[in-house]
Each structure stands twice: as structure tokens, then as C-alpha cells.
Design a binder for this molecule. Structure first.
Ligand code: THU
Length: 132
């Protein structure tokens, strides 16, 4: 799947965001290495801290469906592209330290792609636990 289609899926998912408190809608589209697509949107809560980001919704949907290997994720938000929060970087790193991350604006008009390793250099992952 090319970048444009992945971005389009993230833009579509963004329309389903439940963000009445922040007003900031985010969509994500996560592509497995086997070609399956999992989408997510941010889901907020009146108890604010329970909010889950779009990226983790997509990731947890995939993992709960038995899929653990990923090639790329597109994230769509706002007037200009934004970058996954630290918690989402760590959650993605667990399964895909070499993931391609595509940062898009909320309408999918422009985007940039970069490796997760550049967003989370020297990340802590499952392999590190082996050395304990
Ligand atoms: N949000 C995401 O869904 N993904 C990110 O990477 C950054 C932040 C959501 C969480 C919250 O619902 C809203 O954006 C404002 O922080």
C-alpha cells in the first residue's frame, strides 16, 4: 500500500475521533507487514486521563486481532502534521522499532515520512529485558 492510501485511511479514521474536550481530532492507519490495515481515532473521556490516542487504538486493535508485525503507520491531525506522543512512540516501538511513521495534516494534503527510530532514539524494548 502506498503512502497516499495509508494517509487517506488515517484521514477517514480521524472523522470518527471522539474529542469533545480537546477538540483535537486525530486519525491513525497502521499497516501490518502482511498488508492488513488497522485504523484508530482518539477516544477521550470525561475523566480526562483515560483518553487513548489514535495510534494506540489502532495498535491495540491489531494486537488484539493477533497481528504483531507492522510496516508503517500514518497519523492525521490538525492544520499541519503532528507527531505521535511519547507514550505512543513507546507502544509502537514494542512491536516495530523500524516502523515507518507518516505524519500528515488532518486533510491529508501533505505529509512526511520518517523512521520511528528518529522519533525514539535508543528506545527501550523487549530485547533490553533479556539483559537484566
Ligand atoms: N492525541 C492523539 O490521538 N495522538 C497523538 O499522537 C497526540 C495526541 C490526542 C489525545 C487527545 O485526545 C488529543 O489528541 C489532544 O491531546
Amino acid at each position: 500500500m502506498d503512502e497516499a492510501r495509508l494517509v487517506a485511511a488515517a484521514v477517514e479514521a480521524r472523522r470518527r475521533a471522539y474529542a469533545p474536550y480537546s477538540g483535537f481530532a486525530v486519525g491513525a492507519a497502521l499497516l501490518s507487514t502482511g498488508g492488513k490495515l488497522f485504523t484508530g481515532c482518539n477516544v477521550e473521556n470525561a475523566s480526562y486521563g483515560l483518553t487513548v490516542c489514535a495510534e494506540r487504538v489502532a495498535l491495540f486493535k491489531a494486537v488484539s486481532e493477533g497481528v504483531r508485525e507492522f510496516a508503517a503507520i500514518a497519523v492525521a491531525c490538525g492544520d499541519s502534521p503532528c507527531s505521535p506522543c511519547g507514550a505512543c512512540r513507546q507502544a509502537l516501538y514494542e512491536f516495530a522499532p523500524n516502523l515507518k511513521v507518516i505524519l500528515a495534516d488532518g486533510e491529508g494534503r501533505r505529509w512526511e515520512a520518517l523512521p520511528l527510530s528518529s522519533l525514539l532514539p535508543k528506545g527501550f524494548g523487549p530485547a533490553d529485558l533479556a539483559g537484566g
